[in-house]
Design a protein around this ligand. Structure first.
Ligand code: MG
Length: 379
């Protein structure tokens, strides 16, 4: 039987690549629900190609435009938060792909878990903002979470057949982003246009900016903490500009396992959608003879303080991680509009974190309140 897939964020970078993966496994995967924002032409194209039962878009205006272009169709189109919830809990979906950047999809993702959907999780902000709560719900519902993140997919693969108790540490590799070699003195002149040029990975704008500040890697540290149940002292970050090794695990006997491959998100997406089963595809493979070198260096936390902010917020816990995330999202919006320069971006996040009064064991309402507070403070 085909597995029904619902996608939150179908027109984004991960969403589009997810649909590409679904297309090459038509006998095992089928799209039953899609949620997107406002790219009308692409939404119409996706509906025609994949015939989902239900689609959600951002607003009533977008819905009207989609319906006008679509003509006669059986698809049910919904809008806003209600639409997101419907897509996340669509009865015929067995797995929900969560790929809307930021904390917007926190509530629909929690609802998907409560409705016993397995998750293919690209939106690491869900774990960053509400990791404890989310993992409790996952455990209670007995659902599986498959990471759509190259590093965590690598760790999952390295841990196959291993006893988690024998992990000495995991090493998350980082490309270092576009400013790896830029002197810190020049950061004040760096704009969004410079930050959007990622050296190795093709990704959406939010995560590309997060990669330039190393906040993305900080979030990945938190993601790994929750997914693999590891203490922060056992999670390290190593800059590896070629992005060939996607991450590594060192075991107590000194042995190290690494997962390598081309920098292509379709590989971890496929691994998640097929629930860690291997299947042939036609993506380009890694040519070792053409690799000139693999280099490694420690991340520079002076230049990229966001990495440390994430470790700090993760260790403190409570509502501080939600504040870190919301302040980051809001500050990135200002950065993209040219209202903050690259040097000011982490400073603004740090100011808000410092001012926050942390709540130690937060409810979902506390987390959402902290999220709102931080956004308002940034603006
Ligand atoms: Mg990643």
């Amino acid at each position: 039987m085909k597995k029904g897939i619902a996608i939150l964020g179908s027109t984004g970078s991960i969403g589009k690549q997810t649909l590409e993966v679904v297309s090459i496994f038509p006998s095992s995967l089928t799209v039953v629900a899609l949620a997107a924002k406002d790219e009308v032409d692409l939404i119409v194209e996706q509906i025609k190609k994949f015939s989902p039962k239900i689609v959600s878009v951002a607003t009533a205006e977008v819905k009207q435009q989609v319906e006008a272009k679509l003509g006669a169709s059986k698809v049910q189109i919904m809008v806003g938060e209600e639409g997101l919830l419907k897509v996340a809990t669509e009865p015929t979906a067995k797995m929900v792909v969560v790929a809307i950047p930021g904390s917007l999809c926190l509530v629909p993702t929690l609802e998907a878990v409560k409705s016993k959907k397995d998750l293919a999780l690209a939106t690491k902000e869900v774990l960053v903002v509400a990791g404890d709560l989310f993992m409790q719900e996952v455990k209670a519902a007995g659902v599986k979470v498959f990471p759509i993140d190259s590093e965590h997919s690598a760790i999952v693969q390295c841990l196959k057949g291993e006893d988690p108790k024998t992990i000495k540490k995991i090493v998350l590799t980082a490309s270092g982003g576009p400013f790896l070699k830029t002197p810190i003195e020049k950061f004040a002149q760096m704009t969004a246009k410079d930050a959007l040029k990622h050296p190795t990975w093709k990704m959406g704008p939010k995560i590309t900016i997060d990669s330039s500040t190393l906040m993305n890697k900080g979030f990945e540290v938190m993601e790994a903490h929750y997914l693999f149940g590891l203490d922060y002292s056992k999670i390290e970050v190593l800059v590896h500009p070629q992005s060939i090794i996607h991450s590594m695990v060192e075991f107590v006997d000194g042995s190290v396992k690494a997962q390598l491959g081309a920098a292509d998100m379709r590989v971890p997406i496929q691994y998640a959608l097929l629930e860690e089963k291997r299947s042939a595809n036609h993506w380009p493979s890694l040519n070792f003879a053409k690799l000139t070198q693999m280099t490694f260096q420690e991340p520079d936390k002076q230049k990229f303080p966001c990495l440390q902010y994430a470790y700090d917020a993760g260790k403190v816990g409570g509502t501080l991680p939600a504040v870190l995330n919301a302040a980051n999202e809001a500050a990135i919006k200002l950065f993209l509009r040219g209202k903050l320069n690259f040097a000011q971006l982490p400073q603004r996040i740090n100011e808000i974190m410092t001012r926050h009064q942390n709540k130690k064991t937060p409810t979902l309402a506390d987390i959402l309140e902290a999220d709102n507070w931080a956004r308002a403070e940034v603006n």
